[in-house]
Write a protein that binds this ligand. Structure first.
Ligand SMILES: Cc1ncc(COP(=O)(O)O)c(C=O)c1O
Length: 384
């Protein structure tokens, strides 16, 4: 095949990133330097929260772990969460000895279904951990109402949701719930590895900043440690990347939205429909913005027709030089979770999506002709 391979994802890295990273290299302050605070303040301002609530950490998983600790969830605690997510959103509970209790998702938004959550609350439940999966906002106001009525803590997994706006017009991460973001290379903004925790209070953020730094308090001598901590520090090199990425975030989000919209237009032309608008067993598009709710496009994932061999389609796209992936496998069906008693058939909506999901090449600089090639090849493979 002579045509160039089309990758699934690729970060946007330019002169500004190089400039700021070089600045750090030349300063000699590679960690806990001035870029750390600058990145945290910039992120706080972007999401619309007070800067003292924000702690940059080494990964999204680290941010989730500290959020779980902020809620005090530990051994014997049971937290309702979604099986349709990346494994870290559930593993972060296991780190502390808490138990994820899975619950099915809404077929359109693919986020936790509040009615299903409510119907589970006769079990002994201590908290809720919704995920704004693929950048579409979870029904967060309803989940907050449920949490308040039942005295539950709530953590938001915003790893895929930088720039997402919920049904009340609020930015993901700005509602006062401990919230975790992630900056792996395929995310809306990338620092290579990295994450951000937005804590629910300034006191909790002080604890988180101590926990990310081996349990040291600010101003403590180098070898003093006042609590159990971790090494969840992010380097100033990554923070420098983060500062540069924040400057171009709006442009990158707009480019992602434009590419998503072009994909959806093309697939509509071959009979795909939005969730709830057509045959749910045929080719289904990802939900676009809905009223006030705004998706921050992280990935572009189709539901293939039920009758189609999804893995065969991926293999054929691969043969034609196009990267595509099943995205995501259900967490409860991974071996680690099967060993804890979870089984096929428990969450039909999440499982159906997962079996049929196809993530296509999707990143801000995806050239239009490459995108048209993806559409052409997939159309041909599906025989439409
Ligand atoms: C929903 C979700 N939660 C958590 C994470 C973990 O983030 P990280 O890979 O930065 O640890 C990811 C990363 O892909 C994610 O997609």
């Amino acid at each position: 095949m002579s045509a160039e391979r089309i990758p699934l994802a690729r970060p946007v890295i330019g002169a500004r990133e190089e400039e700021l990273v070089l600045e750090v290299l030349r300063s000699g302050m590679l960690s806990l330097g001035p870029k750390l605070g600058e990145f945290e303040r910039g992120f706080a301002s972007r999401v619309g929260v007070e800067p003292e609530l924000v702690s940059a950490v080494s990964s999204g998983t680290a941010a989730l772990h500290l959020a779980v600790r902020e809620q005090g969830w530990g051994t014997g605690d049971r937290v309702v969460t979604t099986p349709l997510s990346f494994v870290a959103s559930s593993n972060c509970l296991l780190f502390e000895g808490a138990e994820p209790v899975f619950c099915d998702v809404d077929p359109a938004t693919l986020t936790l279904d509040p009615a299903a959550v409510e119907s589970m609350l006769d079990e002994r439940i201590d908290g809720l951990l919704p995920v704004h999966i693929f950048g579409f906002p979870a029904a967060i106001a309803e989940l907050e109402r449920i949490a308040a009525a039942h005295g539950l803590g709530l953590v938001e997994d915003c790893a895929q949701a930088l720039g997402t706006v919920d049904a009340e017009g609020r930015e993901a991460g700005s509602r006062g719930n401990p919230s975790a973001f992630a900056f792996y290379a395929n995310k809306q903004m990338a620092t290579g590895e990295g994450g951000m925790l937005i804590s629910g209070s300034a006191e909790a953020a002080d604890v988180a900043r101590s926990e990310r730094n081996q349990g040291r308090a600010p101003g403590m001598k180098f070898m003093d440690h006042e609590r159990l901590g971790f090494n969840y520090r992010i380097t100033d090199l990554q923070a420098a990347l983060g500062i540069a990425q924040l400057e171009r975030l709006d442009d990158m989000l707009a480019a992602r939205a434009a590419i998503a919209s072009r994909y959806s237009e093309r697939f509509t032309a071959i009979g795909a429909t939005e969730p709830g608008a057509g045959d749910p067993d045929d080719l289904v598009l990802p939900l676009a913005d809905r009223g006030v709710e705004r998706r921050s496009w992280f990935v572009y994932v189709l539901r293939l027709p039920k009758s189609v061999d999804r893995d065969g389609v991926i293999a054929e796209l691969d043969r034609r030089g196009i990267d595509a992936r099943p995205y995501l496998p259900c967490i409860h069906l991974l071996d680690l979770y099967r060993e804890r008693g979870w089984r096929e058939g428990q969450f039909p909506i999440a499982e159906d999506f997962s079996r049929r999901s196809l993530a296509l090449p999707f990143y801000p600089a995806l050239p239009e002709d490459s995108q048209e090639r993806v559409v052409r090849e997939l159309t041909d493979i599906l025989g439409r």
